[in-house]
Design a protein around this ligand. Structure first.
Ligand SMILES: C[S@@+](CC[C@H](N)C(=O)[O-])C[C@H]1O[C@@H](n2cnc3c(N)ncnc32)[C@H](O)[C@@H]1O
Length: 310
């Protein structure tokens, strides 16, 4: 198998925002191939620590071989949606100096046909980041109700022709159930009456199915709340998103923590009673032209940073 690379997005910007205390305990919730982790480790002293998390067994193997010699580093296989438990097990609740999330899929996941994420390269229709559990994309598209398929394509892919595509998928699976990515891509392509220039007609549908199969938005909601609990006061949450649904969730979460608890209008209440938990650190950061030129994936990246204040 060829060794597929992942080019880390917003590398310095993210690690600069994350690491403020070289002796601190940090979490890289999306280890991937360890681009951010490697730079974070360079910034840590001998007493600093970094916990990496990833759903993907290939990422865990990469972590073990890359940082086996570094006693400051530990890798955990699982979802970042279990962050609170992973941190509680290590006795670090309320003491974490920073949590980084670089969301979505890695380039090796996308590029390796066998992982089943790609509509370009034919492979088994899998799409699971964690292939040790859960339902594959094939199992889902072959059994889900037509309305559920339409809902997923619309909600998670913002696909205009969701209903039409769902109908085509259900009709096709009665003749020939889906097991390959190309088969699904072709059926969706045919059902899409409005091809956008420079974009494969199944792009949005594939994104939607991937988000659904991997429970991506629910995991994100779960980790944001848990990050707030595990962080120390002064600790940072750094999140890089790649599509609007993710970024909207992150932005809204930070805003809610900045505003504090909702209070009925006119109720006399002191500022400190509002329970404000975070402050946003600057505006959303995007990749510059130079980075986009060498890594097209960075074009859609948006990074937000927030600091825990109470
Ligand atoms: C964009 S890549 C991260 C790349 C990494 N920052 C680097 O520089 O190599 C996203 C990674 O997060 C993992 N991932 C996505 N959702 C996850 C979740 N809920 N829990 C744990 N890992 C997740 C994916 O398996 C993938 O390896």
């Amino acid at each position: 198998m060829t060794q597929l690379q992942h080019i880390t997005v917003l590398l310095h910007e993210a690690v600069d925002a994350l690491v403020s205390d070289p002796d601190g305990f940090y979490v890289d919730g999306t280890f991937g191939r360890g681009g951010h982790s490697a730079l974070a480790l360079e910034r840590l002293s001998p007493s600093g620590r970094l916990l990496g998390i990833d759903k993907d067994v290939a990422a865990i193997e990469a972590a073990k071989s890359r940082f086996a010699q570094d006693s400051r580093f530990e890798i955990a296989h699982g979802s970042f949606a279990d962050l609170a438990d992973l941190i509680a097990d290590r006795g670090m609740t309320g003491k974490v100096s920073g949590v980084l999330l670089d969301l979505g899929v890695s380039s090796p996941q996308l590029d390796e046909a066998e992982r089943g994420f790609s509509f370009q390269h034919d492979g088994p229709l899998d799409m699971r980041m964690d292939q040790t559990r859960g339902q594959s994309a094939a199992e889902w598209v072959n059994t889900a109700a037509e309305e559920d398929i339409a809902y997923v394509l619309k909600e998670f892919g913002e696909e205009r022709f969701a209903k039409r595509m769902a109908r085509a998928v259900v009709a096709e699976r009665q003749i020939r159930p889906f097991s390959r990515t190309k088969h699904l891509a072709e059926v969706i392509k045919e059902a899409n009456p409005a091809w956008e220039k420079g974009k494969h007609p199944a792009t949005r549908a594939f994104q939607a199915i991937r988000i659904y199969v991997n429970n991506e938005l629910a995991d994100l909601d779960a980790v944001l709340a848990q990050a707030l609990e595990v962080l120390a006061v002064g600790g940072r949450l750094v999140v890089i998103s790649f599509h609007s649904l993710e970024d909207r969730a992150v932005k809204r979460f930070i805003r809610r923590q900045e505003l504090g608890d909702p209070v009925p209008r006119g109720l006399p209440i002191r500022e400190e009673q509002l329970n404000k938990r975070m402050r946003s650190c600057g505006k959303a950061i995007k990749a510059g032209d130079e980075e986009v030129n060498v890594n097209i994936r960075s074009r859609s990246a948006v990074m937000r940073i927030a600091e825990k204040i109470s």
